[in-house]
Design a protein around this ligand. Structure first.
Ligand code: SRM
Ligand code: SF4
Length: 575
C-alpha cells in the first residue's frame, strides 16, 4: 500500500516509518528524564500490548503544581480463549503485586490487564510475563487481537475443538516482526530487511483493530455479533463439529454526535468446514486490510467497509481470494450472552465453577479476600482457569477428589459471594473508565456497582429479585463493555451524565436504542423505576426486559447496524 497519499491518517505514516513496529521504542522507554514515552511511540506500544495512561484523579492537582502527569502503563496479555494454568495464574497474580497496582483486571475479551506499571518496570514486567509462557503481542494495535472462545468445558468434545481453532487463528494472524523479542526479551537483532517480512500485514498492518471470536451455541457469552470476525460452531445430531457459520462486520464503538458512526450487528457470511476456517478468517482480514478506510480512523473498522460496499460485494471478494464459495449458513440458536454461575458438571466427569467478579477487578478487600482466595486455589488446583468474555472466571476441570479441598478454600476466602448475587448484578458489566482510561467521559467501573444496588431495590419491590436483565455501562461511547448489547445500556456523556439505551436482545442478537440522552446520574433511578414496575406488572410469561420495552413502545427495535440512530423518539433529557 502506498503511503504517499496526504489524506492518510497520521498513524499510517507512523506504522510505515516504524520498521515493523520498532520506531524509537527502546530509546524512549529507556529515557529516564520522563515517565512518558514520546508521542509517535505511544501508537507503537499498543502493538506490543501496552498503553500509556496517567492517573486522572490527580491530573488537575499535578497541573497546578506544574508537575508532569502521573504516567504509568496498562499492560494487556494475549490469552486465546482465556485459558491459563494454575501456575500461570500464580505468576500473573504475583506480577500484579510486584510491578503493577496490586490488582488484576479481567477484561471483556477473556484476558488480564495490569494497571499502574511505571515505565522503569515495563521491560521487567514483559520479561516476567514471557517467563510464564505468555505474551502481550498484538493484545492491542491495528492487528488481529486476542481471539475469544466460549469457555464451557462441560461441552468438552466440541469445546476442545473450538478452543484449538481460537489458538490456531491467534497464531496464524500474529504479526511476524521480531521487534517484541528484540526490544523486550533482548533477543538477537534482525539485521537485514530480507530476514523480516510481514506476509499478512505488510508495513502498514491493518487500517484499525480487528477482533475474532468463536461461539458454541446455545451460549453467546462471547457476544459473537459484536466482532469483526466470528465463528459459530455447528454440530451434527451426535454433537460432532461439522463446521462454522462465519460472521463479519460487527462492532460497538461510535462517537457522540457523529451519526456516521454506529454499533453494528455482524452479518452471517456463510458456512465453512473446520479445515477451511483459518483460510476463511485470513481472507476476511485481508479484504479489510486492502479496502478498510485508512484516512478516517472513526470509519476504519470492517463494519464500515461492509456498510459502505455491501455484504454481497464483501462475500465476492472473500470468495475470490479463497477460490471456492462458502456454503449456505446452517441453523443455530443462542439463548443468552451471560455466564452460567456456580458449579456445573462436565461430560468428562469433572466439575467447573464460574464465579462472578464485579467488573472483572480481582483485588482483596477486608471482607472479601478474593485475590488471595483465587491464588490459594491456584496452588492446589489441577485443572485450569478460564477467563470469560463477561469479565468473570471459571475454575475448570475440578476432579471429584479435589472438589472438597477447593470448596473449603471457597468458604475460607468467601468466594461463594461470587455465586449468590441477584440476577441483575450477575448480568452487569462495566468498562474500566476512570481513573486510568484516557478516553473516559464519565465513571463506569467505580459507579455501576452502586447503581445496580439501587436498581436491585426496585427489582425486589416488583418481585423481580432473581430475574436476569443484561445491564452494561461504559464511560464513553467506544463500547468496551459492549453497552449497545445491554437490555439496559448506560454510556458516559460527561461527568455524572449518561445516555440510556434500552431494548437489546437477551441473547445478544439485537442492539438496543437510545431512550434518553444526557441523563444526570441522580435521575436514572426515577426514570427507570416506572419502566421496571411496568415490566413487573405487565410482562408476558417468559418475556425478557429487552423485548418488553419494545412491545410496550418505550423504544423502537434496532434491526440492523445503521438503523441504530433511526426512530430515536426521546432525546435530551436535560431540556
Ligand atoms: Fe476497549 C480503547 C479498555 C474491550 C472498543 N479500550 C480502549 C482503551 C485502551 C482506551 C484508549 O484507547 O486509551 C481502554 C483502556 C482502559 C483501561 O484503563 O484499562 C479500553 N476495552 C477495554 C477493556 C479493558 C474494557 C473492560 O472493562 O474489560 C477491554 C479489553 C479487551 C481486551 O482484552 O482486549 C476492552 N473495547 C473493548 C470492546 C469489547 C470487545 O471487544 O468485545 C470494544 C467494543 C467492540 C469493538 O471493538 O467494536 C472496545 N476500546 C474500544 C474502542 C472503540 C473502537 C471503535 O471501533 O470505535 C476504543 C477506542 C479506539 O480504539 O480508538 C477502545
Ligand atoms: Fe475507556 Fe470508553 Fe473503553 Fe470505557 S468504553 S474503557 S471509558 S475507552
Amino acid at each position: 500500500m502506498s503511503t504517499d497519499n496526504p489524506q492518510l491518517h497520521a498513524n499510517e505514516g507512523i506504522k510505515t516509518r516504524s520498521n515493523y513496529l520498532r520506531g524509537n521504542l527502546a530509546e524512549s522507554v529507556a529515557n529516564p528524564l520522563t515517565g512518558a514515552v514520546s508521542d509517535e511511540e505511544t501508537q507503537l506500544t499498543k502493538f506490543h500490548g501496552f498503553y500509556m495512561q496517567d492517573d486522572r484523579d490527580v491530573r488537575a492537582e499535578r497541573r497546578k503544581k506544574k508537575l508532569e502527569k502521573a504516567y504509568s502503563f496498562m499492560i494487556r496479555l494475549r490469552i486465546p480463549g482465556g485459558v491459563v494454568t494454575p501456575q500461570q495464574w500464580q505468576d500473573i497474580d504475583r506480577i500484579a503485586d510486584q510491578y503493577a497496582n496490586g490488582t488484576l483486571r479481567l477484561t471483556t475479551r477473556q484476558t488480564f490487564q495490569y494497571h499502574g506499571v511505571i515505565k522503569g518496570n515495563l521491560k521487567k514486567t514483559i520479561q516476567e510475563i514471557d517467563a510464564t509462557c505468555l505474551d502481550t503481542i498484538a493484545a492491542c494495535g491495528d492487528v488481529n487481537r486476542n481471539v475469544m472462545c466460549n469457555p464451557n468445558p462441560e461441552l468438552s468434545h466440541l469445546h476442545a475443538e473450538t478452543l484449538k481453532l481460537a489458538d490456531e487463528i491467534s497464531s496464524h494472524l500474529l504479526p511476524k516482526t521480531r521487534a517484541y523479542h528484540e526490544i523486550w526479551l533482548d533477543e538477537e537483532k534482525v539485521t537485514s530487511s530480507e530476514e523480516e517480512q510481514e506476509p499478512l500485514y505488510g508495513k502498514t498492518y491493518l487500517p484499525r483493530k480487528f477482533k475474532t471470536v468463536v461461539a458454541v451455541p446455545p451460549s453467546n457469552d462471547v457476544d459473537i455479533f459484536a466482532h469483526d470476525l466470528g465463528y459459530i460452531a455447528i454440530a451434527d445430531d451426535e454433537g460432532k463439529l461439522i463446521g462454522y457459520n462465519v460472521t463479519v462486520g460487527g462492532g460497538m464503538g461510535m462517537t457522540h454526535g457523529r451519526e456516521d458512526t454506529f454499533p453494528r450487528i455482524a452479518d452471517i457470511l456463510g458456512f465453512c468446514t473446520p479445515e477451511q476456517a483459518i483460510d476463511v478468517g485470513e481472507k476476511v482480514m485481508l479484504v479489510q486490510r486492502d479496502h478498510g478506510n485508512r484516512e478516517d480512523r472513526a470509519q476504519a473498522r470492517l463494519k464500515y467497509t461492509i456498510h459502505r460496499k455491501g455484504i454481497e460485494w464483501f462475500k465476492e471478494e472473500v470468495e475470490k481470494r479463497l477460490g471456492y464459495p462458502l456454503q449456505e449458513p446452517k441453523e443455530f440458536h443462542f439463548e443468552s450472552n451471560g455466564d452460567r454461575y456456580g458449579w456445573v458438571d462436565g461430560v468428562d466427569g469433572k466439575s467447573h465453577l464460574t464465579l462472578f467478579i464485579p467488573n472483572g477487578r480481582i483485588k482483596d478487600t477486608a471482607d472479601y479476600p478474593m485475590k488471595t482466595g483465587l491464588r490459594e486455589i491456584a496452588k492446589i488446583h489441577k485443572g485450569d482457569f478460564r477467563c470469560t468474555a463477561n469479565q468473570n472466571v471459571m475454575i475448570a476441570g475440578v476432579s471429584p477428589e479435589e472438589r472438597p479441598n477447593i470448596e473449603a478454600l471457597i468458604r475460607q476466602y468467601k468466594l461463594y459471594k461470587g455465586m449468590h448475587h441477584t440476577g441483575l448484578r450477575m448480568n452487569s458489566m462495566a468498562c474500566v473508565a476512570l481513573p486510568t482510561c484516557g478516553l473516559a467521559l464519565a465513571e463506569s467501573e467505580r459507579y455501576l456497582p452502586d447503581l445496580v444496588g439501587y436498581l436491585e431495590e426496585i427489582m425486589k419491590d416488583c418481585g423481580l429479585r432473581d430475574d436476569e436483565i443484561v445491564i452494561r455501562m461504559t464511560g464513553c461511547p467506544n463500547g468496551c463493555a459492549r453497552p449497545y448489547l445491554g437490555e439496559i445500556g448506560f454510556v458516559g456523556k460527561g461527568p455524572g451524565i449518561y445516555n440510556v439505551y434500552l431494548g437489546a436482545a437477551f441473547n445478544g442478537s439485537r442492539l438496543n436504542k437510545l431512550y434518553r440522552d444526557n441523563v444526570p446520574q441522580d435521575n436514572i433511578i426515577p426514570m427507570l423505576r416506572p419502566i421496571i414496575q411496568d415490566y413487573g406488572a405487565n410482562r408476558q410469561p417468559g418475556e425478557r426486559f429487552g423485548d418488553f420495552v419494545i412491545r410496550s413502545g418505550y423504544v423502537e427495535p434496532t434491526v440492523k447496524g445503521h438503523d441504530f440512530h433511526d426512530n430515536v423518539k426521546y432525546k435530551n433529557y436535560m431540556i
